[in-house]
Design a protein around this ligand. Sequence first.
Ligand code: SAH
Length: 420
Amino acid sequence: MDRAELGALVDSVGEPAYRTRQLMDAVYRQRVESVEGISTLPQELRETLAEKGVSIGLPRIEQRFVSQDGTVRYLIAMTDGQSVETVWMPEGDGGEAGDGSEAGEQAERFAESGSFGASGAKALSAAEPTAALKRCATQKQRPSKKHNDRSMDPSQARGLNHKPQGQNQDRSTICISSQVGCAVDCQFCLTALLGVKRNLTAGEIVGQVCAVLKDQEVSPPEDRINLVFMGMGEPFLNYENFVKAARLLVEEVGIAERRMTVSTAGIVPRIHDFGGERVRPKLAISLNASNDELRTRLMPLNKKWNLEGLMAAARAYPLRTREWITFEYVLLGGVNDGPENAKEVAELLRGMRCKVNLIALNPGPGIEFTTPGAERVTEFQTILRAAGIPAFVRRPRGRDIYAACGQLKRTVEIATAPEP
Ligand code: SAH
């Protein structure tokens, strides 16, 4: 419920307007778990709320898996027994500007210096590979055998990453889900294997954030938290609830708009709509292929909304000052990661105010593709940069606990599954 809806309800039962503020604060700032937690609320109003079917609470954290890198994958249960996954990354995911990560900070600097687009070529081709990329070259490719060991007792994980110190202070990022499962069927993504079970309500979307904030003992705006709508589901196929949730997160929870990014697989009509929203997180588009043939193979939704329509929507998108569109590109060994693909991507994006986040495939059982080697990733990045397109490599977070991009599958089994 947003403030206006709750206000109308409070008014309709003859309660003074300040009760609305009291309730909103209790839910979104103090994150109480039940009406009983609001000690100043008169008994009578509690009963009225219950009669009206209004319940207050947080979704329940069913399980936590903690990665070697500090990432926590939460399995969060909704009241109907369905569950989704939400990921806490204490140091960001190396992807979104504003998430405080190296790649994010670099991108912000480029945006500030106005060097996005063609003029960015010089600045960027001279740049050293990012530290994130170097790490990518040395990262462990295979998840640990003992996934099971990472399923922790709640008390062990709580506050584990509480208020990171020093340079990491701004990096904490929460990755949230918008649907139970996903209908989009991208061939490299584990969530796709679930199909879509249902949409989350706006309250459930925000509830994930509140549950994680409470668990990690952090509170925006004092603690800078970044948010990415990049978990399970396609936010633009649950558009109304997503937009409502984004407003609640800004207005009630206190997370700044510029610290949020929504990623879409490319639901073209909604990209047009989104440009007109009053509250609007930054936009990321999952490109993942350099031509229609390849994209249709990897993302069947390309049949309906092809690259021409997608690029037209991206070009027409009304960017604010210091804003750019992010294109995500999952690199699949020998499939879409060649120099010719990089050149095609450069052509597609020519002249746009954008950046590219490259993600080397995160593997998973049932996924037939392979993760390209670090040299291949660097070559792809170098070609884009030479063409004037800022390109960054997203560091995988929590691969060992199946918390990385494309690995969310809502299951406990997956964390105990044999190594892929
Ligand atoms: N449905 C939205 C939100 C999910 S975001 C979207 O598609 O944009 C998840 C990001 O992870 C997307 O950019 C997606 O392309 C990427 N991804 C999916 N599966 C992946 C995998 N196995 N490895 C790496 N990235 C993956």
